[in-house]
Design a binder for this molecule. Structure first.
Ligand SMILES: *[C@@H]1O[C@H](CO)[C@@H](O)[C@H](O)[C@H]1NC(C)=O
Ligand SMILES: *[C@@H]1O[C@H](CO)[C@@H](O)[C@H](O)[C@H]1NC(C)=O
Length: 294
């Protein structure tokens, strides 16, 4: 029993360990404040992300932080009541700052303030963090963890820097980003790895249509895959055909991506043309071929 198990571990062990070791994980928060929301719309909203997946949303109308997607099913990862209270306090702080900033600019009316911050772990070690704010879509202030200090990105932001650095502690902010955030991420990962490490293989299909009589458009679509990185290319008789256009969709409702690549060929050409797709879920590239007799 032992030798068999050992040899299995030797075969399976290194590949799996390397794969999960090198994979980075991130926890990021996006917050959004607006000074004059439309009637019935929230003045403050926040969304939390684990990697590219939103796992909770809070808004100031419901005053509730609620789990999203597969996290609705997860028990024990987060105390949503506590998070709701915390987000409410953050929202109040956020909107108070928006009001102050409008004062620095002598602005009235409808203005926006956006904040994003987060951290990353690689190999279970701290792998970086950021914290920044934008006013009316323009970079306003960001945190530098090396100094540590708030760096104004607009002349008016000097006021915010002075306020935050006297009322709060830059050391506490640094500690939050480099220690508390990665610890929180590690604790979330205990519940979230299956969603983040998911490998959904693409389904690949080709559509064809003739435009202007002389040109045929071939579109290769890779659908319903996760994670996002994918590589697609077309070949004819072993030479790569340069794509005319390509694109990708956002993360869909069910947590998968779509990507496509289009080539234009003479409408009389019989092919064959092949679309090749490489993705981490596939042991080898997937190839789908089009030719005119089809
Ligand atoms: C203020 O701006 C925000 C963001 O652009 C927008 O969603 C909101 O509807 C605006 N408020 C009004 C009253 O138009
Ligand atoms: C995602 O949704 C699409 C339709 O919107 C469906 O065709 C596909 O099978 C779904 N994928 C997964 C992984 O559930």
């Amino acid at each position: 029993m032992v030798p068999v198990l050992l040899s299995l571990l030797l075969v399976v062990g290194p590949a799996v360990a390397q794969d999960t070791q090198n994979r980075p994980y991130s926890l990021t928060y996006h917050s959004n404040g607006v000074s004059k929301p439309k009637e019935g719309f929230p003045s403050f909203q926040a969304t939390g992300y684990l990697n590219d997946q939103a796992f909770f949303h809070y808004d100031s109308e419901t005053e509730k932080a609620e789990p999203l997607g597969p996290w609705k099913q997860v028990e024990g990862m987060e105390d949503w009541e506590e998070l709701s209270k915390f987000q409410k306090a953050r929202g109040d702080f956020f909107l108070k700052n928006l009001k102050d900033i409008m004062g620095y600019y002598k602005d009235t009316g409808n203005h926006t303030f956006k904040g994003t911050f987060g951290c990353e772990i690689r190999n279970d070690n701290y792998g970086g963090a950021f914290w920044k704010y934008a006013y009316d879509g323009q970079d306003y202030i960001k945190f530098n963890t090396e100094i540590p200090a708030w760096i104004p990105l607009q002349p008016e932001a000097v006021n915010t820097k002075v306020k935050w650095e006297t009322e709060g502690s830059v050391q506490a902010s640094k500690n939050y980003l480099e220690k508390e955030c990665p610890d929180m991420l590690r604790s979330y990962l205990q519940y979230s790895r299956p969603f983040l490490d998911r490998q959904d293989p693409p389904s690949v299909s080709i559509t064809s249509h003739v435009t202007l009589g002389l040109i045929r458009t071939l579109k290769c679509v890779a659908d319903n895959f996760y994670p996002k990185p994918i590589s697609m290319y077309w070949t004819q008789a072993d030479s790569v055909v340069v794509a005319e256009t390509w694109g990708e969709g956002p993360l869909s409702e069910n947590g998968t991506y779509q990507s496509w690549e289009v080539v234009k060929i003479p409408s009389l050409s019989r092919g064959p043309y092949s679309c090749h797709v490489q993705h981490s879920s596939l042991a080898q590239p997937l190839t789908v071929t089009w030719n005119k007799s089809q």
